[in-house]
Design a protein around this ligand. Sequence first.
Ligand SMILES: Cc1cc2nc3c(=O)[nH]c(=O)nc-3n(C[C@H](O)[C@H](O)[C@H](O)COP(=O)(O)OP(=O)(O)OC[C@H]3O[C@@H](n4cnc5c(N)ncnc54)[C@H](O)[C@@H]3O)c2cc1C
Length: 416
Amino acid sequence: MATPAQKTEGQRRYDLIVVGGGMVGASLVRALAGLGLRIAVAEAFPLAAAEQPSYDDRAIALAYGTREVLRGLGLWEALRPAAEPIERIHVSDRGRFGATRLRASDQGVPALGYVVSGHSLGQALLGGLADLPGVDLFCPATFESMRETDHGIEVRLRLEDRPLTLSASLLAAADGRESRVRALLGIGAREWTYGQTALICNLHPAAPQARTAFERFTETGPMALLPMTGGRYGLVWTLEDAQVTALSALDEASFLQRVQQRFGWRLGRFAQAGPRTAYPLRLLLAERSSGPRTLLLGNAAHAVHPITGQGFNLGIRDVACLADLIADARRAQADLGAPQLLAAYEAQRRPDQERIATVTDALVRLFTNPLWPVRMTRALGLTAMDWLPPLKRGLAHRFMGLDRASPRLSRGLPVD
Ligand SMILES: Cc1cc2nc3c(=O)[nH]c(=O)nc-3n(C[C@H](O)[C@H](O)[C@H](O)COP(=O)(O)OP(=O)(O)OC[C@H]3O[C@@H](n4cnc5c(N)ncnc54)[C@H](O)[C@@H]3O)c2cc1C
């Protein structure tokens, strides 16, 4: 890795500056690595640090379409041993008759998706990142501000308490939900808060059902159990804020008992629980995803409720789209920060971002509503879905990320 101290003034001009080395920023860098671009990445946390927010032990469900992108990035083979395929998803409403089962075989794919830990995903994305040709990693370095100049965009970072200025043709902001880049651009966001928190924890059940995920809607909120390698399950339990505080304080045995009460015995007795982490939930959709020579990607543009496990899957589709546009611009020797490129990104990504945000919001409201007519409707909805394969296929394809197949990476192809 080239350290900042080794750089000279002349080396500080880049084609692209990526702010944020989380899942989305790192994916973008990997996607572009073969294009011969000069890329600077600024990340606030040491990438291997335990407090790195993007790569904790949370279970991440990767849609089948995301696997295709990771294949295009040349990362899938390394990640595969840590990825548990989901061949079946059992969706049910606790104490109600409605249930639906999504099966990979009905969709004509080997798996509906795959579950990896954020940690394994981080290892695959970050391994050798700093050694990629043309890539300079500034880490830990904090993005502070940017300004448009006659020839590009100038970005100010703070690195080890020293200011550092870099310039580039384009700034890609993957700096997460609280994006400073978005704030400085004055881009507002539509936000929904739910007064809910997701409690995350990995569990060891006595009778794991291989390759089967469970989404269970309970009176207190939806509970997802995602199969992980080694017979573990990743629990994502969405609860009222106050309940999470109480559950977090329980000892392990009492906590497992509560999970068992809510989930039932389909997986046998839950014997062991890993550390519990709480994530307050809200949904955020930026009013737009671009500013002068700047684009927003991933959580900086949209942060959705984890109920449908769509956040990273949506973010990586931003990456696939932008990588295609940059590769084409590079071939045409065009300016990467040209308004046409920014407009094309906005036009291509907006519908998908809006749709996932809207559908996720609707699902959260539907499945956390305690009123009996709503519960009845959703129970009937789940049953109807089991009887109506085309409806189910539409839902499965949407969440598998298969209905946006045009970018090269989404077809498992590299962009270079
Ligand atoms: C409980 C939970 C479960 C989830 N499950 C799933 C799932 O099953 N499937 C799925 O697809 N998604 C899931 N997600 C969503 C997924 O984790 C996010 O979509 C993903 O982490 C977004 O990545 P990102 O890189 O855009 O943002 P982040 O992960 O937030 O990364 C942003 C990065 O930018 C850095 N940064 C921020 N500010 C600055 C600055 N000023 N200067 C420099 N660096 C900065 C941060 O340090 C960080 O590394 C889940 C999320 C949660 C909370």
